[in-house]
Write a protein that binds this ligand. Structure first.
Ligand SMILES: Nc1nc2c(ncn2[C@@H]2O[C@H](COP(=O)(O)OP(=O)(O)OP(=O)(O)O)[C@@H](O)[C@H]2O)c(=O)[nH]1
Ligand SMILES: [Mg+2]
Length: 295
C-alpha cells in the first residue's frame, strides 16, 4: 500500500521552519539565515521512498503588520498552507511570544487536521522556559502532539518523523518519485544569491532586493559539466544599487564569488555567475512588478 500526505510548516519569522524542513529531508532546499523574513515563497520539499511520499511545505514567516504588498503576498502563501494540509506543524522557538488571539491561532483552532506544536531551539534552553511555554500553550490551544526539538542540532527529529509517517494515509505519489521540489533549479539559484545578499548586506538593503536568473545555460568545460548563469538583482532605490555594487565593484565581486561557491555546491559542478543590478523604484508595493516577480 502506497502512503502519502501534505505536511505543512507554519510559524512566525526566524523560528526555524526552513531549518526544520531541510533537516527532515536531509537536503538543503530552503535558504536559511539569521535574519527574519528569509523565506518569501511557499517551497515544497518532497521525501520519497518506494511506498511513501511526503510533501513538506516550507512557508514564509507570518508577518503581523505587513508594510508592503510583498508582505501581504508572503502571508497569503503562508495562510494557503492551511487549505491543503494533512498535518500542520506549527513551529515556534523558545523566544516567540503569542497573545493567543492572533489570526494563525484562530485558523489552527478551526482546522480539523492533526496539528503538532513544535518547540524549536531547545538547545538554547538555559532555564525553565520550556516548562513555562508548554503550560502557556496548554491554555491557548489543544494540539494533538507536542515536540521539543532542535532543528539545527537534529534533536527530537526521529520521533517527529515517526509520528508524521504514522499520520499518512493510503494515497498516490503526487509528484514523480525523483522530484525533490516544485521549484526549478533557477529558483533555487536565485535563492542562493539572495541568501548571500542577506548575509553580506546590512539593514534594509537585503529586504529591498529581488533576484531573478535571466539565463541558465548548461554546457561543458574540459569534458565536464559546467553552467553559465546570468542574473539581475533588483533594488527598490537608486542608493541601494551603489551599496550592492560597492567601492570599485568590491561588494558585488564578493557577492559573486560567495554565490558561485554555494551554487557549485548545490548543482555539483563548476559554474560561471554574473549578476547585474537594476533599480525598480518601490517594487515591493508595485502590483505589476510583484506579479512579474511571482508574488
Ligand atoms: N540554536 C538554534 N538555532 C536554530 C535552530 N533552528 C534554526 N536555528 C537558527 O534560527 C535562524 C532562523 O532559521 P530559519 O530556518 O531561517 O527560520 P525560518 O522560520 O525559516 O525563518 P523565515 O524564513 O524568516 O520565516 C537561523 O540562524 C538558524 O540557524 C535550532 O534548533 N537551534
Ligand atoms: Mg524560512
Amino acid at each position: 500500500m502506497h502512503k502519502s500526505g501534505f505536511i505543512n510548516i507554519i510559524g512566525k519569522p526566524n523560528v526555524g521552519k526552513s531549518t526544520l524542513m531541510n533537516s527532515l529531508l536531509g537536503e538543503k532546499m530552503s535558504i536559511i539565515t539569521s535574519k527574519p523574513q528569509t523565506t518569501r515563497h511557499r517551497i515544497l520539499g518532497i521525501y520519497n521512498d518506494d511506498d511513501t511520499q511526503i510533501v513538506f511545505s516550507d512557508t514564509p514567516g507570518l508577518i503581523e503588520d505587513p508594510s508592503y504588498g510583498m508582505h501581504e503576498s508572503m502571508n497569503r502563501f503562508a495562510y494557503s498552507s492551511f487549505e491543503d494540509a494533512d498535518v500542520l506543524l506549527f513551529v515556534m522557538d523558545l523566544f516567540e511570544d503569542y497573545e493567543g488571539d492572533e489570526k494563525v491561532i484562530q485558523l489552527l483552532r478551526k482546522s480539523d487536521v492533526p496539528k503538532y506544536l513544535i518547540i524549536n531551539k531547545i538547545d538554547l534552553d538555559k532555564g525553565d522556559k520550556l516548562t513555562t511555554l508548554k503550560s502557556k500553550w496548554a491554555d491557548i490551544l489543544s494540539f494533538d502532539k507536542v515536540f521539543e526539538i532542535s532543528a539545527l542540532n537534529k534533536i527530537g527529529l526521529e520521533e517527529l518523523m515517526t509520528s508524521i509517517l504514522s499520520e499518512l494515509k493510503e494515497g498516490p505519489a503526487y509528484y514523480p518519485k525523483d522530484q525533490l521540489s516544485d521549484k526549478s533549479v533557477r529558483f533555487f539559484v536565485s535563492e542562493i544569491v539572495r541568501e548571500c545578499i542577506l548575509t553580506q548586506y546590512k539593514q534594509e538593503v537585503p529586504y529591498s532586493c529581488e533576484v531573478i536568473i535571466d539565463e541558465y545555460k548548461d554546457s561543458e568545460k574540459n569534458g565536464k559539466p559546467f553552467a553559465h548563469i546570468y542574473g539581475t538583482i533588483y533594488v527598490s532605490r537608486k542608493t541601494q544599487k551603489g551599496i550592492i555594487i560597492g567601492k570599485a565593484g568590491s561588494a558585488i565581486k564578493k557577492l559573486g564569488t560567495d554565490s558561485r561557491m554555494k551554487i557549485e555546491e548545490f548543482v555539483g559542478h563548476p559554474v560561471f555567475v554574473q549578476m547585474n543590478v537594476k533599480v525598480r523604484e518601490g517594487w515591493r508595493d508595485d502590483d505589476r512588478q510583484l506579479k512579474h516577480f511571482g508574488y
